[in-house]
Design a binder for this molecule. Sequence first.
Ligand SMILES: Nc1nc2c(c(=O)[nH]1)N[C@@H](CN(C=O)c1ccc(C(=O)N[C@@H](CCC(=O)O)C(=O)O)cc1)CN2
Ligand SMILES: [Mg+2]
Length: 287
Amino acid sequence: MATIMDGKALAAEIDMRTANRIQRLADQGITPGLVVILVGKDPASQIYVRNKERRAKKLGIHSIVRNLPETISEKELIKIIQEYNEDPTVHAILVQLPLPEQINEFHVTMAISPTKDVDGFNPFNLGKLLINKTDQTPIACTPQGIMSFFKKYQINLDGKKAVMVGRSTIVGKPMAALLTNANATVTIAHSHTHHLSELTREADILIVAIGVAHYIKAEDVKPGAVVIDVGMDRDSNGKLVGDVDFESVEKKASYITPVPKGVGPMTITTLISQTVTMAEWSSEKNG
Ligand SMILES: Nc1nc2c(c(=O)[nH]1)N[C@@H](CN(C=O)c1ccc(C(=O)N[C@@H](CCC(=O)O)C(=O)O)cc1)CN2
Ligand SMILES: [Mg+2]
């Protein structure tokens, strides 16, 4: 049976360290500031944003949630982002995804100042990650949270075969870059990949973010593999499940993340800790 990598417990551990760092900043008169912008009323996004706000406030971060109407134009949204870019009390800006159709996600990520881009989705920060120049570079929170699992459970990536199923900007692409920078041999697979299970069966490290409930079964997994499930799907009973068939894969893998309480809580913890890191960078620059 695999060791279950407990995202809730690891998140709590990291939050404690983050609280100490916030205290140290408070001693210098600095409060980290985070703005989360939510456009529209997508129910799942509302829950994630509420959870981010709750965790940020609990730890003593100055947290602003900006709720904007579904019908807002791209131009208006970008103007609001630019105001926060100029606001010295704000260290981190996040625009919750997905966005309504009239708004181009690329234009929005370009509008966030790279120094305040806590999601790491701005092409400047993504580019730095790609060339492994990550000094003072915010990195996408879900992939970075996954790297924290590898560190906590002492999973060595050097020379390992890693397969990333999914090529999104939020998860797949930055995750592949992080794995490459850690000297893993990385394959990115996606919806056009032929014979996917031939690839996944070779993987020492298998990360799955395709958004199909229970897509990866035991027969798709190498014995002893480390399996990370980024999926957040609903099964036929409406229950939250992952992209991995946990029950069967747990018997074959060496490590596995559950859904819920796996990758999800780590995304928010990483967001909070990266907000604090960005406030630290800003204080180094100004002091
Ligand atoms: N701007 C961004 N938008 C989105 C991101 C992101 O990183 N930046 N990621 C996802 C959503 N997301 C954070 O925004 C997120 C999703 C899920 C969780 C989480 O804790 N999930 C829980 C289960 C929650 C439930 O019951 O529904 C878990 O896995 O235990 C946190 C963050 C898309 N948008
Ligand atoms: Mg999870």
